[in-house]
Design a protein around this ligand. Structure first.
Ligand code: G6P
Length: 617
């Protein structure tokens, strides 16, 4: 796997598929070209030719694949294609997609979490693996079902039951010239309708040259495509109708998919972009952190200084807890507008982390320059690689969130947390305070996040009823302890930014020192309380709120009987490793803010008075 600092683009694999009337290879490559913006380091296509599967793959850019195709053309009318951005295994031709056996060929985007177990099981049955990828386990799993006599559709239905993770798949079969199966669990997929032709793509942009008639698969859907159309199944297997929409993707660089707002789209994209960001800093195959060289010995850092503005600052605040607790290094953190003027003394062997989605925020940039002038090694966590903050840093640690259009930051935040979590682990390991088993457990918890986030957004309707109650409130409080404190702050910021309700986040222990005076039965209190070592303390604070009539909305993985307090609503969360909790608990706060704003009728993507990128003081 390559280092983040060497990469271009944003790093999300791209999937395309065509059931055509004539040879599809050229159109597949054209569609892949429209996905180039996602970043990739190898590419390939496969088609069904005279009943057999044939493929061409190449390392590097699409022109290399085109050269291969010129020398050895593919004649099939049914095909899939892929731009791969390496996660499991190096970006070689051998690891490039499509992967295949004699029976089935697969393109895949995302993470198959249980690929090791699947691989071991399938190898024991005699399947021979050729690559280092997690994808190949999908290919052999489907092949195994087909060898038992199942027809393709049943074989995929069965295989999907065994796959854990967040992913998108495109699948074709030997001997089936009029069949393609698509599956979506965490990573987006769009189906395109043509005249006697059908298409599949990671987004509508890929399909814009061929069709503007699109169905976006919903979370958990899988679809059987023939030239006559698509039959879509939901997670439970029932055949469902999904809206067919006219896409305007050809006119836009980014489209909203089937979402009303960019913010909703960006919340839903999180399983995919978190996967890709994590894959940039984790060696998935080894289950270890794989962090770029920061130009400073990680075991010699005396102090880390973090600075940022807005949401990015809250990502930094979570990182303070992680770096201090996991890596045992003291962290100083302040908002950039303060740190830049504080004349804070900085230690000789210090690392400064600047966190910024845009990479252009004036205060953050000024703080970077102050830290640099005071001898700090500068690493920036940015989403825009060409930004000023990126250019002025010693090391750039990119978030691979893709363009974030909604002014209220969502996916950039969880991607910032993904990078910072890996950094805490890297420093901990270098300092010898994090042993291999602990590192492996943290890495496992992180790689499971995309799947859990997909699970939360799948139950989106519960947030609508909570939002209805919140929309009647005047003030809303958010409480949390430990890493849930910054999540409470971020949740309150999200709500006030887009709904214009007054919201404040507090450390739960501070409740008694002021905010408790506000509480009556008109004040909703959102409590971020994973069942961790501080849970009982937070429950006590909840009881104080309940005793004064406050309406508690609890976000927690604790079983209801452990919540010794009356709550108005309980958003039930999955139990995950502690390092994963802030990433996961951010998502309900985003959805609460989003749905409240929708009910209040505000301009969700461009709230009044706010700017996406603040380049003035
Ligand atoms: C503005 C945006 C926020 C963002 C902050 C920092 O206030 O509205 O969403 O968190 O700037 O921006 P940055 O690009 O540096 O992350």
């Amino acid at each position: 796997m390559g280092w983040g600092t060497e990469r271009n683009g944003i790093g999300m694999c791209g999937i395309v598929g065509i059931l055509g009337k004539s040879t599809v290879a050229t159109n597949l490559v054209d569609a892949l070209r429209r996905l180039e913006y996602r970043g990739y380091d190898s590419a390939g296509i496969a088609t069904v030719e005279d009943g057999s599967l044939e493929r061409r793959r190449a390392e590097g850019k699409l022109r290399n694949l085109e050269r291969r195709l010129n020398d050895e053309p593919l004649a099939g009318r049914t095909g899939i294609g892929h731009t791969r951005w390496a996660t499991h295994g190096r970006p070689t031709e051998r690891n490039a997609h499509p992967h295949m056996t004699a029976k089935v060929s697969v393109v895949h985007n995302g993470i198959i979490e249980n690929f090791r177990a699947l691989r071991a099981e399938l190898e024991a049955k005699g399947h021979v693996f050729e690559t280092d990828t997690d994808t190949e386990s999908v290919v052999h799993l489907i092949t195994d079902e087909m060898q038992k006599g199942l027809p393709p559709v049943d074989a995929v239905r069965e295989a999907l039951q065994h796959l854990e993770g967040a992913f998108a798949l495109g699948i074709i079969f030997a001997g089936h010239d009029d069949l393609m199966i698509a599956a979506r669990k965490g990573s987006p997929l769009a189906i395109g309708y043509g005249a006697g032709e059908m298409y599949l793509g990671s987004d509508a942009i890929a399909l814009a040259p061929f069709t503007d008639t699109i169905t976006y698969l919903e979370e958990g859907d899988w679809a059987v495509l023939t030239r006559n159309g698509a039959e879509i199944h939901d997670l439970e297997g029932a055949i469902v109708e999904r809206p067919v929409v006219k896409s305007v993707a050809s006119a836009l660089l980014v489209d909203k998919g089937n979402h009303r707002h960019f913010m909703a789209k960006e919340i839903h994209e999180q399983p995919e972009v978190i996967s890709h960001t994590l894959a940039n800093y984790i060696d998935m195959a080894a289950g270890r952190v794989n962090f770029p060289d920061l130009g400073i010995a990680l075991d010699s850092i005396d102090r880390v200084t973090i600075s940022a503005c807005g949401t990015a600052y809250y990502a930094g605040l979570v990182a303070k807890y992680w770096i201090e607790r996991i890596a045992r290094v003291p962290v100083e953190i302040d908002v950039a507008s303060e740190l830049r003027y504080r004349e804070a003394p900085l230690p000789p062997n210090g690392l400064a982390l600047l966190v910024s989605q845009s990479g252009e925020t004036a205060d953050t940039l000024a703080t970077l320059r102050y830290c640099r002038a005071n001898g700090q090694r500068i690493a920036s966590i940015v989403n825009v690689r060409t930004s000023t903050i990126a250019r002025e840093s010693h090391t750039v640690l990119p978030t691979l969130a893709g363009p974030e259009i909604g002014v209220a930051s969502t996916k950039a935040f969880t991607c910032q947390l993904s990078v910072l979590a890996c950094l805490a682990l890297a420093i901990g390991r270098a300092r010898g305070v994090l042993d291999r088993d602990a590192e492996a457990a943290h890495v496992k918890a992180l790689t499971e996040i995309p799947r859990h986030v997909a699970g939360i957004v799948r139950h989106e309707s519960q947030f609508v009823s909570i939002a209805q109650e919140l929309s009647k409130a005047r003030d809303v409080l958010y409480l949390g302890r430990g890493t849930s404190y910054p999540i409470a702050l971020e949740g309150a910021l999200k709500l006030k930014e887009i709904s214009y309700l007054h919201a404040e986040g507090y450390a739960a222990g501070e409740l008694k020192h002021g905010p408790i005076a506000l509480i009556d039965d008109n004040v909703p209190v959102i409590v971020v309380a994973p069942e961790d070592d501080l849970f009982d303390k937070t429950i006590s604070n909840m009881q104080e709120v309940a005793a004064r009539g406050g309406q508690i909305i609890l976000i927690s993985d604790a079983a209801p009987h452990k919540v010794a307090c009356k709550v108005a609503a309980h958003i039930e969360m999955p139990s995950v490793g502690t390092i994963a909790t802030p990433l996961l608990y951010a998502v309900p706060t985003q959805l609460i803010a989003y749905h409240t704003a929708v009910i209040m009728g505000t301009d969700v993507d461009q709230p009044r008075n706010l700017a996406k990128s603040v380049t003035v003081e």
